[in-house]
Design a protein around this ligand. Sequence first.
Ligand code: 6R9
Length: 657
Amino acid sequence: MSNESLANLLKEERRFAPPAALAEQANVTAEAYEQARADRLGFWAEQARRLSWHTEPTQTLDWSNPPFAKWFADGRLNVAYNCVDRHVENGLGDRVALHFEGEPGDTRSITYAQLQSEVSRAANALLELGVRPGDRVAIYLPMIPEAVVSMLACARIGAPHSVVFGGFSADALATRIKDADARVVITADGGFRRGKPSALKPAVDEALTRPGTEDVRSVLVVRRTGQEDIAWTEGRDLWWHDLVDRQSDRHVPEAFDAEHPLFILYTSGTTGKPKGILHTSGGYLTQISYTHHAVFDLKPESDVFWCTADVGWVTGHSYIVYGPLSNGATEVLYEGTPDTPHRGRWWEIVQKYGVTVLYTAPTAIRAAMKWGDDIPAGFDLSSLRVLGSVGEPINPEAWVWYREHIGGGRTPVVDTWWQTETGGIMISPLPGVTATKPGSAQVPIPGIAATVVDDEAREVPNGSGGYLVLTEPWPSMLRTIWGDDQRFLDTYWSRFEGRYFAGDGAKKDDDGDIWLLGRVDDVMLVSGHNISTTEVESALVSHPRVAEAAVVGATDPQTTQAICAFVILRGDEDASADESALVEELRAHVAKQLGPIAKPKRILPVAELPKTRSGKIMRRLLRDVAEQRTLGDVTTLTDSSVMDLIQAKLPAAPAED
Ligand code: 6R9
């Protein structure tokens, strides 16, 4: 897309300086960038001292066999000790670690001392089941405290966990159990979702009938919903309350090598079998702890942190479990959906616990915008002081709304770019340093090196676009794809020699700030021009009647691809009355914002968009619809009926010019 179009998007660009009070007391100042620039490895070695090591590392990075990195290789530590015990030893046993809010309204507040007992019991239970260091444990749970406890119990005994998102099917679960060769599965009878119990155990039973899952010896089941008709396999299935509760609450954590595997987390990718992303211990925890401290300016004695992600995806691993707990934070854990039993549920939770730092996804922000300003306005959100966004590019419109209507016009918004593969935040403003720019993730954090390159791997000048690459190894980087080093090399390290290719398109603006433009697979080719789906979506959402938009390129005989947009309208507006007039208005609006080449060929108002539960729009499915093909794999979709609704709208007459 041309530079003018970006300039257009930025026309009304405003910058927001950090609030003076926050800047004065910020955990991290501009000096950190200088320090990291002068001595990158020294900078990370210093951050590693945030952790309590059993054996302090003397080495920082071993890059003798790239891209297989080792960080802090001669250091030894226990990750769970760092997230729990050391805080108790430091006299913080009575501090609340987790404020759990169940969807039906049940609550539990768990202190660090209680968490230590729970994690120790669960660790002893896993040992009784024969789990040894290096054995894999699959975790398939709702958002309940036992999910956090299970992950920490695994970390404590050196058994890598593989958390499988509770919304995934039996098939998806079976594939992941098999690939990791898990020995134990931890699950629940079910969880609460949209006001109803939703069963989990039947999916485990079904998954374990599939070939390749025979090595699962035990299934540990948490009673959450109390559903009665639960199938039981004697000798394999055990209730959590029978096994865990009778264990000793003492367990002495053992030290493991910094490069000991901590977890495998599967990312679906666009094609083929899911990739088991492998993360290890010392480097991962160093970067997660540092980024949580720096990017959210977290003050453990006074902040109440809330990351709304599910523990089943990487944001939950890094910024519900390992970041906040390694820093001794108090945080909220919420089981359910934002609109149960009413659309103000999240804001009610912010008010109830006095949440100070909120970390969520653009999709949730856009849903709140659509539901209307008056809903958050009905709650006291004055405790909030930093807001974060992750998961997708955030359009400037939503960014500004978030700051105004949730942050009361006072809070910095940090747009954080990273991936399952990077383990932790890589590109983001720092709330006490950066003058923020709506829609841009802006700059690599201290100690991280990223840039934008063209097809020939040349760094692009300011004002141009290309591919996002990471140019130096980082502590929380993936170490490989589980069981498939070759795929690790091919996927990430072969496109640009010596550089990590993230798969995202990006652009540097005139100030050198980075704008993420979506997955490269999503970039459209229209009459010889590369057009980013994100930019067209952003232009659509800047129209007052559009709440959310998803844009795809559909094969077109004249123009190679034609831009096809699916839009959700704001509020409860009924489009049917003036649909064709509105569609014309929107097409003209995009043409005006971005230029005639970016004018969508067709625009379809829809009620919902297909999304993964981590909030990412599944453009692949929309492309199938736009090209009138049979739908591809829908197993990772939140709600597959959405696709039926969208397909029911077709065929609609395409616009002519
Ligand atoms: C953390 C997470 C990674 C992909 C990534 C990119 C998109 C994430 C973003 C963003 C623009 C941001 N993404 N954060 N795009 N701005 N702030 O989401 O991990 O599920 O592995 O997804 O998400 O496309 O490559 P994961």
